[in-house]
Design a binder for this molecule. Structure first.
Ligand code: FES
Ligand SMILES: [Fe+2]
Length: 344
């Protein structure tokens, strides 16, 4: 299956893009170089000089970010991909000296990239992750590389019935027994899991939701947007209390394929700045606490699943379907349809 190109996807967390530095990253099988220009705005270019194809990411930024200098023979390119300096001959810039540039937008603590048709690159299409707006939220961010197709990561987040079996820190039978609904709103898919009256609440969950004793009503709402940008609201309140009184943790789980077999996973957790200095501390601590299960529990299983599937398409292997699969199957069908439409 090919990639969905006409969609915004996360290329990096904003804090990965340090002023004065070049960041090399392969996405959708294309080598890219990212940097901040003289105004601090993110830029993305194909990481391949049009002269003798040296990676621009091995070069350097010039004039405070106004251009990138190729490490090999010194051609310089600006953020639009135009060659702005040729140190050779009479200095005339050959017409073909141009590198592909990609629309990028810094929004909600992330750098979003559009790798499709330029005419359709409307920033209004970036899915809403306003809970990661650094002006109002302290955002803890993390990322990792997973050696598996990105669709398997989408399946993993849309079907959280695996929590009981995979994650001792959050495990409780209630998650599996939850009332689960799958909803579709346009091109957005939701999986909503409500765990009423959970009585075997793990300590970690009690701490997060600040319910020291008695049953807890909990919920996990996951939203999917193509190709693999997901938001997760994990809420909890003392059993029987209105859900509006609960505490909700807001997380991003965004996946961008590097290749068909390798995925870059961006995750975050946000706390309102209204909490004061504690918010920053909590964001840092929580993202560190999540890293363990994501790296040591989800990643090895998802990678092993990918190996067992051996590159076959999911439905060709005729998977057994369980109730928790509804949202993941819906999202996958929608994604396939979008890719087919784009190719047509
Ligand atoms: S390869 Fe870039 S200037 Fe020669
Ligand atoms: Fe998990």
């Amino acid at each position: 299956m090919s990639y969905l190109r006409n969609a915004w996807t996360v290329a990096a967390w904003a804090n990965e893009l340090e002023p004065g530095k070049l960041l090399a990253r392969t996405l959708l099988d294309e080598p890219l170089v990212f940097y901040r220009d003289a105004a601090g705005q993110p830029q993305a270019l194909l990481d391949r000089c049009p002269h003798r194809f040296a990676p621009l990411s091995m070069g350097r930024l010039c004039d405070g970010g106004a251009s990138v200098q190729c490490p090999y023979h010194g051609l310089r390119f600006d953020g639009s991909g135009a060659c702005v300096h040729n140190p050779h001959g009479d200095g005339r810039v050959p017409a073909a000296a141009r590198v592909r540039s990609y629309p990028v937008v810094e929004r909600w603590s992330a750098i979003w990239i559009w790798m499709g048709d330029l005419a359709c690159a409307d920033a209004a299409l970036i899915p809403d992750f306003s809970f990661n707006d650094p002006a109002h939220w302290a955002v803890g961010t993390g990322s990792m590389v997973v050696d598996a197709p990105y669709e398997l990561e989408v399946d993993n987040i849309l079907d959280l019935s695996h929590i009981e079996f995979m994650h001792p820190l959050f495990a409780s039978e209630a998650v599996r027994r939850a009332e689960v609904t799958c909803e579709q709103d346009g091109d957005t898919v939701w999986c909503k899991r409500f765990m009423a009256d959970d009585r075997e609440v793990p300590d970690f969950i009690r701490q997060v939701f600040q319910v020291n004793e008695g049953p807890v009503d909990r919920w996990l709402h996951v939203r999917w947007n193509a190709p693999a940008s997901m938001a997760l609201w994990a809420g909890g309140v003392a059993g029987g209390r209105p859900t509006e009184q609960g505490i909700v943790s807001q997380q991003a789980h965004c996946f961008t394929p590097e290749s068909r077999e390798r995925t870059r996973y961006f995750y975050s957790i946000a706390f309102p700045r209204a909490m004061g200095p504690m918010a920053e501390e909590l964001a840092g601590q929580s993202v560190a606490a999540l890293r363990g299960p994501f790296e040591n529990e989800d990643k090895p299983i998802v990678e092993a699943v990918g190996r067992r599937m051996g590159g076959a398409a999911l439905f060709d292997l005729k998977p057994v379907l369980l109730p928790g699969d509804a949202a993941a199957v819906r999202a996958r069908r929608l994604l396939h349809a979008m890719i087919e439409k784009e190719r047509a």
